[in-house]
Design a protein around this ligand. Structure first.
Ligand SMILES: [Zn+2]
Length: 236
């Protein structure tokens, strides 16, 4: 067992290096969504942000889908890949088993597990129908979580810990999380997690929240701006 620590995350992992054992089409779908989320800066790595650590990650469950908790498997982006413009199989790993109570992960593949693997595992444990989990950092959505009626984990709960797993289970019992399938991580700056039975569902939950956040800000400011520079029309 080795210990992984980034920011406030700490979990134990046992990793077996080797080729990635995940279906090619599933991997392509994950990589395509990851690229879109990175274009939107929900995934990335930036100077001056989050101690310059790469942020955001995507995962997909692997069969057998009826597996019990603790035996569920998923493929996830590797640690510190947020800054990469291009990903390939070598940037992923398979979580073969995880224990959210003991905070332990067993993984295999070409990359070491994302430090947020435990968060993904916690979500898969909520319902065996959940097949995709996306975690992004959204500066537009996070401060508006309450206005967006978004389930929010308590800020006092350190993420990536067994207490956070309990907190996510509480949100699933007590809030709109089973229907909305998106929540805000109160103690993890800008952290948003969405999930779904398809990648399209997990992705569109995030995109919808972005649109709704812009609508709230637009209502306040009477206009809506994006972050790209204005185009200059040039007459010849
Ligand atoms: Zn994060």
């Amino acid at each position: 067992m080795q210990e992984a620590q980034e920011g406030v995350i700490k979990f134990q992992y046992e990793h077996f290096p080797g080729p990635l054992k995940a279906p090619r089409d599933l991997l392509l779908e994950l990589m395509a969504w990851r690229a879109v989320l990175r274009e939107l800066t929900l995934i990335g790595q930036e100077a001056g942000l989050y101690d310059e650590a790469g942020y955001g990650n995507v995962s997909a469950r692997l069969p057998p889908y009826q597996a019990e908790r603790g035996e569920r498997r998923f493929v996830i982006t590797g640690t510190q890949t947020g800054g990469l413009a291009c990903t390939a199989a070598e940037h992923f790993c398979v979580i073969d088993s995880y224990d959210t109570n003991k905070n332990q992960v067993r993984s295999g593949g070409p990359s070491l597990p994302s430090s947020e693997s435990m968060t993904h595992g916690t979500v898969y444990d909520l319902d065996s129908r959940i097949r995709f989990v996306f975690h992004g950092h959204a500066r537009l959505i996070w401060p508006l979580s309450a206005e967006l009626s978004m389930a929010t984990s308590r800020a006092s709960v350190p993420y990536g810990t067994p207490a956070m797993a309990q907190e996510v289970r509480r949100l699933y019992r007590e809030t709109n999380l089973p229907e909305e399938r998106i929540f805000s991580m109160g103690g993890h700056e800008d952290g948003i997690v969405s999930f779904g039975e398809t990648a399209q569902e997990a992705g569109s939950r995030l995109l919808n929240a972005l649109v709704r956040a812009r609508m709230i800000l637009g209502g306040r400011d009477q206009r809506i701006c994006d972050s790209r520079p204005e185009s200059k029309s040039s007459l010849v």
